[in-house]
Structures are given as structure tokens and as C-alpha cells.
Design a protein around this ligand. Sequence first.
Ligand code: ZN
Length: 206
Amino acid sequence: MRWSLPSILLIIVTGSLVTVMVHGGEVFNKVVIDPGHGGKDPGSIGFGLVEKELTLDIAKRIEKLLVGKGIEVEMTRREDVYVELADRSAVAANSPDTILLSLHFNAHADRSISGTETLYWPGSEKGRELASYVQSELGRRLVTRNRGFRPERLKVLELAPVTGILVECGFLTNRWECQRCGAEWFRQIVAEEIVQGLLRYREAGQ
Ligand SMILES: [Zn+2]
């Protein structure tokens, strides 16, 4: 099929309208990064990998990338320590223009299940938008199953007084995906994709 100029223009116009309507964005200046689990709470464990270690690693990669872009970062933990959910959320309080990014890896009794997904607090329109931006970047450079974004009643999101999302970066119970999660190159690309999603959301708010 040959595309005529008017039809291409129409697609461009329609596409940008949809973008404006659905994705409002938000100009944040600070990101609170929450590496899931820690200390006495290891999180999921699969094939020798421990979730709390992977979340901290990926959080530090994201921090480095964001700081490089001139965005302030605060971490809910920097070491292998246990932090209550309420204390994690509280880090984002009293801090204007802030978003919360909680990082996790997944597990399932069905070991065939794999992929990434992003969760937001039910009813949070900004949370839904942020989740859609980040999830649409995940898997752009990596062949990984896109499990989409959806609302979920998660305590850490409920207690946070700012726009927040929780990214599940992969299933440690899936042998193939767990191997990738254990590789530095994989975690680096996931970190870059998440940052790309955050920055696109920020740009949309300007
Ligand atoms: Zn977790």
C-alpha cells in the first residue's frame, strides 16, 4: 500500500492528539528510588539470586543515570537493611515535585511465567500515566514479555503522598529470565529503559 501525504499527516495529527489527551506528564525534580526488600526480608529467591540484592543494584544504576540528567535522587535504602513500608513512603513526603519509583523482581509458582510489569495505585491518574510511560519503554531494546501496567493496592504506593509506581523487572522463578536478571548488561538496559520512561513522562508535563 502506498501512503498518501494527507493520510500520513492525519496519522501524525491523530497520534499527537491522543498523546496529549492520555499522557499529561508531570514536571518532577526529584525521584525517590525504593529498592524493594532488604535486610531480614530477602524478597523473592530464584536460582541463586536474591531479590533484595538485585533491586539495590538496579536502583543505584538508575540513580547514576538520573543524577547525570540533573535530577535529584533520594534512596529509601543504600545498604542491605530492612526498612518498613511506611518509612519508605515517608521519604517522599514533604518534598514537592517528587515521584516515587519502587523496584522489585517477581516470582510465581508457575515457572513458565516471565516478563516485566508496572503497577500503580488504583484511581491515581498520574500513577497510571507514569506507569504507561515506563512500561512502554521496558522491552524496547530487550526481547522480554510485556505484561503491561495495571492498578494494584500496594501499601508502599498507598502511603506515598506523591505519584508513584512499582516496577517488576523480571521473574526470578523463570530460569531463562532469572539468568538475564543476574547479568549486569541486562540490569543496565532495564535501568536505562526505566529512566527513559521517567524522562518522557517529565517532558510531557512541560
Ligand atoms: Zn518484591
